[in-house]
Design a protein around this ligand. Structure first.
Ligand code: ADP
Length: 470
């Protein structure tokens, strides 16, 4: 079986979040069983030399509406997976994949239209059996595959329903889409075009990244306006929990860590904490260290953390945040960190620093309002860092409360029953209390490191779905 795995970002070439991690880890695991080819855009910011990307002889044209686009191909290898890179100027001339500080690029309809159509041409060129699409950036491939290659089997994974690829009605013409798709059963949404709907409607199988999120997206609270549409397509919907690459995220060999550790050399974890605290001006390293890593958005519950901040910062722990996003949130955090020596904030995206923070921390705070899967909590389990999470989506499927003896899921942590600033304060208090029970805290941290957070089991579920299709 030959699989083509298409995504707008794949680690280490480009990463803005969990999609890139999954688009690296899942094909790497699948490649042990089947023939896998990945494909992504060759954005200008990708370092071709560093990743030894080479030009292929193939180049061709594609048409969208009245316009013709020149496509050239490159290729590279990473951890045994061959990746094709699509180069076209409109698609690739950018400093980040989706937008800049002024918002999303206005040409994203065309950019990802070019990518999506090219993906179908590549499926034809490389005689692919199953095309695995990811998120709205590749969703139009499902529609074009039905037109150009009807025998191709298509699976579409929703990584985050909050990003759907909405565009004005004029995009129909710009993309050269036939009018008959512009219906509520097709890709029309509130008078505009919705790319995500194409992935859901025209794929043979739809998956999302945790069993709980698969149920949640059929509810108005989590469905982002598509709950009814997803209910209609629910017979082909499956929830498969993500994993992480346990080699890239392994505290025993992680090159980003000042001190490597595992279950045996666990005392080294504390050395990482001491170094991190010293480096970031956090006093009294004996206090617990709690970290938050991620996008500054309401999805991640950062607005509620900010609401709780005045109380949190009077409590006896050090708090460190790494991330970027909403400017107003960033500004509030910046001011708070200036006034408190138990609070440090690092702005930006820093892969290596994030690894050091997972290793240094005693606890990870992740009170997401909604969370399709979430990788931070899986990484924290792997690094022996106890997660404090809200009880939604993939967080529900991967972390159970330390007092909950009824459910058996992979990891243990502190689980909020509902999101509010008071609930965050209460949960942090519980976490600090747990920290005082040194032996129990250590036992849970170490037990969490035993959890299987790899992609092995999930890859088996995907393989089953692929095999059913062909
Ligand atoms: P998202 O919704 O942002 O995709 P996930 O939990 O699925 O969230 O995945 C987030 C991934 O991005 C994790 O690997 C996390 O460590 C990483 N990450 C998030 N923000 C940053 C940052 N500012 N710097 C480094 N890594 C980050």
């Amino acid at each position: 079986m030959k699989l083509l795995f298409a995504a707008a970002e794949i680690f280490p070439y480009a990463k803005t979040g969990g999609l890139a991690d999954v688009a690296q880890a899942l094909p790497t695991t699948l490649a042990k069983e089947i023939d896998v080819l990945s494909v992504m855009p060759l954005y200008d910011f990708i370092d071709r030399e560093k990743f030894a990307l080479t030009a292929m002889n193939e180049s061709f044209q594609i048409t969208l509406g009245k316009d013709i686009y020149e496509i050239s191909l490159f290729e590279g290898m990473n951890q045994g997976v061959r990746t094709l890179f699509v180069y076209e100027a409109t698609l690739c001339h950018c400093i980040t994949p989706y937008g800049n500080k002024n918002g999303d690029y206005l040409s994203n309809d065309i950019r990802f239209g070019i990518f999506s159509k090219t993906v179908v041409i590549l499926a034809q060129m490389f005689e692919i059996d199953v095309l695995h699409l990811n998120d709205w950036h590749t969703a139009l491939s499902a529609l074009w595959a039905k037109e150009i290659l009807p025998e191709l089997h298509v699976i579409f994974t929703i990584h985050n329903l909050a990003f759907q690829g909405h565009f004005p009605r004029e995009s129909m013409e710009r993309l050269g889409l036939r009018e008959h798709y512009f219906t509520p059963e097709g890709i029309e949404f509130w008078g505009g075009v919705n790319c995500m709907k194409a992935g859901i409607a025209y794929s043979d199988v739809v998956t999302t990244v945790s069993p709980t999120y698969a149920k949640e997206i059929m509810l108005p609270e989590f469905g982002c306006g598509l709950e009814g549409f997803i209910q209609v397509h629910s017979p082909k919907l499956h929830g498969i929990l993500n994993g992480i690459d346990t080699v890239l995220f392994d505290p025993l060999i992680d090159p980003a860590l000042p001190k490597n550790y595992g279950l045996e050399k666990f005392t080294n974890k504390k050395k990482n904490k001491i170094l991190f605290c010293e480096e970031h001006g956090l006093r009294d390293v004996q206090k617990p260290l709690i970290v938050f890593i991620g996008r500054f958005t309401e999805q991640k519950g950062l607005d509620v953390i900010i609401e709780a901040l005045p109380k949190l910062l009077t409590m006896k722990f050090n708090f460190a945040i790494l991330g970027e996003g909403d400017e107003a949130m960033a500004e509030t955090l910046k001011i708070a960190s200036k006034n408190h020596d138990n609070f440090s904030i690092q702005f930006g995206y820093d892969e290596s620093l994030s690894h050091r923070m997972y290793a240094a921390a005693d606890l990870l705070l992740m009170p997401s309002r909604f969370e399709p899967c979430g990788l931070n909590q899986l990484i924290s389990l792997r690094y022996g860092t106890i997660p404090i999470v809200n009880d939604v989506g993939g967080l529900h499927d991967s972390v159970r409360d330390i007092d909950d003896t009824d459910r058996s899921v992979c990891g243990q942590g502190i689980v909020l029953s509902k999101l509010s600033s008071n609930a965050i304060v209460r949960s942090v208090k519980r976490a600090l209390q747990l920290f005082t029970s040194t032996k129990l805290f250590l036992k849970i941290s170490k037990a969490n490191m035993h959890c299987d957070v790899s992609f092995e089991e999930s890859a088996k579920s995907y393989l089953k779905l692929y095999r059913k299709l062909v």
